[in-house]
Design a protein around this ligand. Structure first.
Ligand code: NAG
Ligand code: NAG
Ligand code: NAG
Ligand code: NAG
Ligand code: NAG
Ligand code: NAG
Ligand code: NAG
Ligand code: NAG
Length: 345
């Protein structure tokens, strides 16, 4: 009797205790739901202050859990009781963000994997050195900003980097050769800057993925590095530079190229002597010094432009050829036949 009432009391006490624990846990879960790690939150607030509390950051207040702040992305937390880590920040299309990227504050987001700033024209200054400390970064897209200065060599310290886009900024100087050291870098777009110097050898030669490279609209000189013969490009855009010389090493039936744009350079090679890659769909060599005849394989392309070169011979027929007007072939030495005037003889 005494034992059983004691037992019942103990059971009640246990039930109360369990209920209390459950309630406390639920309250903790409610508090931590979408709340981020304290260090990350402090870093985010420092970024906000670094941009002078711009209107972009209106949602960055304690009224909302920080994983719900605009532009902030947290990891999928392992448990509802743990504070989530900020793994990505993405600042998009806003003119209220003005001044340099607060690098030291961004570098305090130690779990950051993705850094994105696109169409934020007021963000200027150079890419801060502190970014090199973010060893988990695998994706950087900083494009259409006011950022100037060099493409920093220290980006090659980010060994997990697979995707690097720094297009349409005001970057100057050479492409650092050390970018070739990043083992898994397979996407590199530095187009639309004012870069000078030559294309570093071995760029993108280490990745086992197919490679995407755009260096278009810069002021690059020299030739195509001979190592590019062995890179498995899916897309290569070297257009609108001052590049010259041979480019036939990029061709061959078993190459993985789907898009090749060499337009607006001074490349000079014999097109008769090359075989187009079997997957090639987009092919632009306009405004160069390419000679020889058009291979019959051009008839299977989706896009073709060979204007302003020194090509000769008959324009192939059949396939997709009726899609391509005279402007795709204009200003060559001796091209003839539909859609150009008929060949003599
Ligand atoms: C931004 O907000 C913080 C916190 O409210 C404040 O301490 C700081 O002075 C503000 N900075 C500017 C430039 O308004
Ligand atoms: C960044 O932009 C601000 C505002 O336009 C300007 O005052 C500042 O000089 C610029 N800084 C750099 C490094 O261009
Ligand atoms: C590169 O990618 C491979 C395959 O996905 C992976 O095993 C390796 O750890 C990566 N290297 C680095 C430095 O991230
Ligand atoms: C690419 O694959 C080779 C062979 O499987 C491997 O030895 C090399 O480490 C890989 N490289 C990367 C960067 O993953
Ligand atoms: C490229 O270089 C040429 C010659 O040095 C110069 O005239 C031109 O302005 C440069 N273009 C760009 C986009 O920097
Ligand atoms: C592609 O062809 C070249 C020469 O024609 C050959 O050396 C190379 O091994 C081939 N690559 C593949 C992946 O078949
Ligand atoms: C271009 O290559 C073709 C085929 O290999 C060859 O017959 C022709 O003589 C070459 N033209 C020049 C100008 O070297
Ligand atoms: C091909 O290039 C020429 C010269 O830049 C240009 O006038 C023409 O519109 C281009 N054709 C196409 C289909 O883009």
């Amino acid at each position: 009797m005494r034992a059983s009432s004691l037992g019942r009391c103990a059971n009640v006490a246990l039930a109360v205790l369990l209920t209390t624990i459950a309630a406390a846990a639920a309250a903790a879960a409610a508090r931590t739901k979408n709340e981020c790690h304290a260090g990350d939150k402090a870093a985010l607030l420092a970024i906000k202050a670094g941009f002078g509390n711009a209107s972009y950051f209106q949602s960055w207040t304690s009224d909302y859990p920080c994983c719900e702040w605009i532009s902030v992305f947290c990891d999928l937390s392992a448990s509802p009781y743990t504070l989530r880590r900020v793994v990505a920040v993405s600042f998009l299309r806003d003119a209220s963000l003005v001044g340099p990227l607060p690098g030291a504050s961004v570098a305090r987001l130690t779990a950051l994997q993705q850094l994105i700033l696109i169409h934020v024209p007021g963000v200027n200054g150079t890419l801060p050195r502190d970014l090199a400390r973010l060893s988990n970064l695998n994706f950087i897209d900083v494009s259409y900003t006011g950022i100037s200065g060099p493409v920093p060599w220290f980006l090659s310290r980010l060994t997990k980097l697979t995707y690097l886009r720094l297009s349409f900024n005001s970057l100057t100087g050479p492409i650092p050769a050390s970018l070739a050291d990043v083992p898994n870098l397979s996407f590199l777009d530095l187009g639309g800057n004012r870069l000078t110097g030559t294309i570093p050898p071995l760029l993108l030669s280490r990745t086992n993925d197919t490679a995407y490279l755009s260096l278009s609209h810069n002021n690059l000189t020299g030739g195509v590095p001979s190592d590019f013969a062995a890179v498995r490009f899916s897309s290569l855009d070297l257009s609108h530079n001052a590049l010259a010389g041979e480019a036939s090493l990029l061709f061959g039936l078993n190459k993985s190229l789907e898009k090749l744009d060499l337009s607006h350079n001074a490349f000079s090679f014999n097109l008769s002597a090359v075989t187009l890659p079997s997957q090639l769909g987009v092919f632009d060599i306009s405004h160069n010094d390419v000679y020889g005849v058009l291979p019959s394989q051009v008839a299977k392309l989706q896009y073709l432009n060979v204007s302003y070169n020194r090509l000769s011979g008959r324009v192939p027929i059949g396939g997709n050829m009726d899609r391509f007007d005279q402007y795709c072939f204009q200003h060559n030495k001796g091209l003839c036949g539909t859609p150009l005037p008929p060949c003599k003889q």
